[in-house]
Design a protein around this ligand. Structure first.
Ligand code: 9D3
Length: 235
């Protein structure tokens, strides 16, 4: 999988991602990450990439030309036959979730467009964007952190990125349930004992206890996930 991120802050994106487990996977060649500076593609002699909005109103808008030319430069380098999905990260998009991460992890290339200022000229979005995605209902200062969140969630699902191959499947959200509580040494800490069943050595009983804990937690904390789990079990 090759990630291409169109942004005004390429160093922020590269620093964040290369310091994580995802950076190690990039070094090992399972994925590649490039951040393309949209400003490098402006035709404005002062390096300007924004302008006032027609119709008035506060704030500046990212102009179509530099965004389009940055996209073109990336698209021309792509070796895959398949047309790449172009994800505009925006509060107006549908909300990112694990199922979408799984779907996107099957692509050869993904292009992310990070907006800034008050937004991006609609005309270039119409021409290049295939998906508009948000990471949730809160206001951030730019699309870089959302793009990094999505790259992290998608990259760890690419085969070979995580060493423990089944950890990506059995964790929270893999089966739609929250995780059970976990304990390590010592057996007693601050007068709190590790649940006795975990010391029993009876793996079947341990598995049953963990499933029950997952169910109780999910029902209490995430009734939405619990209902979906019950629906799936009914089939
Ligand atoms: C309050 C400002 N808004 C109205 C003028 C527009 C606005 C533009 C750009 C609000 C936030 C942003 C920056 N955020 C993103 O680009 C973004 C985002 C987010 O803020 N929250 C959750 N997901 C995403 S994806 C991209």
């Amino acid at each position: 999988m090759r990630f291409h991120i169109l942004t005004l802050f390429p160093e922020m994106v590269m620093q964040g991602l290369h310091t994580s487990i995802i950076g190690r996977a990039a070094e090992r060649g399972h994925i590649s990450i490039e951040a393309v500076n949209i400003r490098d593609y402006t035709l404005d002699k002062h390096g300007k990439v924004d302008d006032y909005t027609y119709g008035g109103g506060a704030g500046m808008l990212m102009q179509a030309q530099p965004v389009y030319d940055a996209y073109k430069a990336v698209a021309e380098q792509i070796i895959s036959e398949k047309k790449p999905r172009v994800i505009f990260v925006t509060p107006q998009g549908r909300t990112f979730h694990q199922g979408l991460a799984q779907e996107l992890a099957r692509e050869d290339d993904l292009i992310f467009l990070c907006g800034h200022y008050e937004g991006v000229d609609e005309r270039v979005l119409e021409e290049i964007v295939t998906d508009e995605i948000s990471i949730g209902d809160y206001v951030l200062t730019g699309g870089e952190l959302p793009a990094m969140v999505m790259v992290d969630a998608i990259a760890r699902l690419v085969p070979g990125v995580l060493h423990n191959t089944d950890s990506a499947v059995t964790e929270s959200f893999g089966d739609g349930l929250l995780e059970y509580p976990q304990y390590s040494r010592p057996e007693v800490w601050h007068d709190k004992r590790v649940p006795q069943i975990l010391l029993s050595g009876d793996h079947a009983k341990v598995d049953a206890w963990r499933l029950e804990q997952s169910l109780v937690r999910t029902k209490e904390r995430r009734p939405d996930l619990y209902m979906a789990y019950l629906e799936r079990k009914k089939g």
